[in-house]
Design a protein around this ligand. Structure first.
Ligand code: TMP
Length: 235
């Protein structure tokens, strides 16, 4: 069976990960790879519905809040659906899958941010995701204050234009985000082989180049290269 390559992007809200994912997708597509992108929560019809419940600030009033355990379970329901519908089929076809957030987000946000503890998240991951882990995780971890400043500015702009927040999580205070940040740092220390940390506050293009170098250096170990060679060449 072909085995593609599974890459996740992680980081705080406002860390620039989504922009970097788009850059990497464009570069790898231009190189001739088949690239599949998605985000979590979301990325499937069910996931998009779960996302709107989880991220809309109106859920606080309309639903009487979301219990931390319910939040964790919904994140994993979304993940299970995207594994079955998108990620595993794409990997089986030898594609490169770029996913904006995955289980590390649950460990950082629900495990540490909501204080559920990392162990419960990792146990859920083993059960729901069958332990499927990315081949590579790009963790964008610029200093906490700069991510927060960017995320809150974006959220205020969105609230002003649309009458509601872009993201319920961005209402959280500095203590919540300090716990999230520290858990990400802990994941990086624990999983040195899988997680590459980009802590610089360099311009977008500089970080994009650095990420592309990291990914290109790792791809030759995998089937995706063979997949690429099989494609007809266009002149
Ligand atoms: P984003 O798509 O803009 O990154 O927003 C997703 C939000 O959902 C972000 O604030 C982090 C949060 N989140 C969790 O709390 N746990 C998770 O497992 C995932 C995937 C996201």
């Amino acid at each position: 069976m072909n085995r593609g390559y599974f890459i996740t992007f992680e980081g705080l809200d406002g860390s620039g990960k989504t922009t970097q994912l788009r850059h990497l997708a464009a570069s790898l597509s231009a190189d001739g790879y088949r690239v599949v992108t998605l985000r979590q929560p979301g990325g499937t019809p069910l996931g998009d519905r779960i996302r709107s419940v989880l991220l809309d600030s109106r859920s606080e009033d309309d639903l009487g809040g979301i219990a931390p355990e319910a939040e964790m379970a919904l994140m994993f329901a979304d993940r299970a659906q995207s594994l079955r519908q998108v990620i595993l089929p794409a990997l089986a076809e030898g594609a490169i899958v770029l996913c904006d957030r995955y289980t590390d987000s649950s460990e950082a946000y629900q495990g540490a941010g909501r204080d559920l503890g990392p162990e419960r998240i990792l146990a859920m991951h083993r059960t729901v995701c069958n332990g499927v882990q990315p081949d590579l995780t790009l963790l964008l971890l610029p200093p906490l204050h700069s991510s927060l400043h960017r995320a809150r500015r974006r959220n205020d702009r969105h609230a002003h234009q649309h009458g509601t927040d872009e993201n319920r999580f961005e209402r959280e205070g500095d203590l919540f985000y300090t716990r999230v940040y520290e858990q990400y740092a802990e994941i990086a220390r624990r999983e040195k082989q899988r997680v590459v940390v980009i802590a610089d506050e360099a311009p977008i293009a500089t970080i994009a180049t650095c990420i592309l170098e990291v990914v290109r250096a790792r791809l030759p170990e995998t089937d995706v290269l063979a997949q690429r060679r099989d494609r007809p060449q266009t002149l």
